[in-house]
Design a protein around this ligand. Structure first.
Ligand SMILES: Cc1ncc(COP(=O)(O)O)c(C=O)c1O
Length: 365
């Protein structure tokens, strides 16, 4: 099989991930805390989080977003800004908060040749905003949003900035200490090579919020009641998936960013230019923007999205993602709201040879 759905979840996982999970299963409970602490330390160092007290393991990126949006102290009339490229895990809160908490929502459209109109964003910030929440990269088009400018401008105008790193964690280097967003969430099972069932949430000290929805009930009056839960305060920590994530991140670190970036850029440009050169194929999103993750979305003039996926899978065992990728608003913005797209996404385990085979079969189809 040629697996090209790494933006959905990375596969195959390094052997070390399975080994870490098996090892944890045999570990006596007296040693579990050490595994938890190693997980916190590994994640914090990988993302440049200088105050790990403000980091919380969650079971997914979706859960990290849910904890944030449900526990943040919203006031009626607060303005919440997001982009039009959001995944449903974030955008559903955008709508829910407007319906249930009196929040005013603003959506920033695509720019002329970019996934995010920065000028319009600044003009909306000038009107006042409490929170800006955006994905660092689109899970449909693979375009990386100008998240550095988004954080900088949010700060300048006094809004809290949340970055959804589901599509960038483990794909591009992220240094939280340097970037300094107010909130950062990520999925462990994608770029960082953990298994499904693990994600994370970082909340800077500037954000006056606690995470009661993530903590288990503590006896009233118990002064130890945690405002920002950690090991054992969150109920049972998902220890096996933490062990797997730690191993996934260590595997990435053993490769090194230089090698990972060079490999991704080689494969992504091979994929993007190869697909664009096939007459029948339209590559979705801006082709000149230039800042991409490892995902490319396409559609065909002669085959439906479903036919494209089925032909590649049935005849050639090539697996991509067909449909809306849980991002209906992004598809509206990209003009693909009717049938979605066929998304191909490479990872560190893919080879140039595999991309060559895909392009050859696509041309033949
Ligand atoms: C941008 C974005 N945010 C959030 C999520 C949800 O991540 P998880 O599967 O960890 O809940 C995804 C998953 O595809 C995503 O692409």
């Amino acid at each position: 099989m040629i697996y090209l759905n790494n933006a959905g979840t990375t596969w195959p996982k390094p052997e070390a991930v399975a080994e870490a999970i098996v090892r944890f299963n045999e570990l006596p409970p007296s040693q579990w805390l050490a595994v938890f602490e190693e997980g916190i330390e590994t994640v914090s160092s990988f993302f440049g989080i200088s105050n790990p007290d403000r980091f919380l393991f969650t079971q997914s990126c979706t859960q990290a977003l849910t904890t944030t949006f449900s526990d943040f102290a919203w006031q009626p009339g607060d303005r919440l800004i997001m982009s039009t490229m959001e995944h449903h895990a974030l955008s559903r809160w955008f709508y829910k908060l407007q319906q249930e908490r009196g929040v005013e929502g603003v959506i920033i459209p695509r720019g002329a040749d970019s996934p995010f109109d920065l000028e319009l964003f600044e003009s909306e910030l000038m009107k006042g905003a409490r929170v800006v929440a955006v994905s660092m990269a689109s899970n449909v088009s693979g375009e990386i949003l100008p998240f550095e400018d988004i954080v900088r401008l949010s700060k300048q105008y006094g809004a809290f900035c949340l970055l959804d790193g589901a599509q960038t964690a483990g794909i591009i280097p992220i240094d939280i200490a340097d970037l300094d967003p107010d909130i950062f969430v990520f999925a462990g099972h994608k770029g960082p090579f953990g298994t499904q069932g693990i994600g994370g949430l970082y909340i800077s000290e500037r954000v006056p919020m606690t995470c009661p929805s993530a903590a288990c009930e503590i006896t009233p009056g118990d002064k130890k009641s945690s405002v920002f839960p950690t090991y054992c305060d969150v109920g049972s920590a998902p220890m096996m998936t933490i062990a797997g994530l730690t191993a996934g991140i260590k595997w990435l670190e053993s490769k090194g960013w230089d090698q990972l970036i060079a490999h991704r850029q080689k494969l992504v440009s091979q994929l993007r230019s190869g697909l664009a050169s096939i007459d029948d194929i339209e590559v979705i999103g801006s082709q000149t923007y230039g800042r991409y993750t490892a995902a490319v979305s396409i559609r065909s003039a002669s085959l439906s999205i479903k036919e494209l996926k089925e032909t590649l899978w049935n005849d050639h065992e090539i697996l991509g993602s067909a449909g809306f990728q849980c991002a209906p608003l992004a598809h509206e913005a990209l003009g693909t709201q009717e049938a979605g797209t066929f998304r191909l996404s490479v990872g560190p385990m893919n080879t140039e040879e595999e991309v060559k085979i895909l392009l050859k079969e696509m041309s033949a189809i």
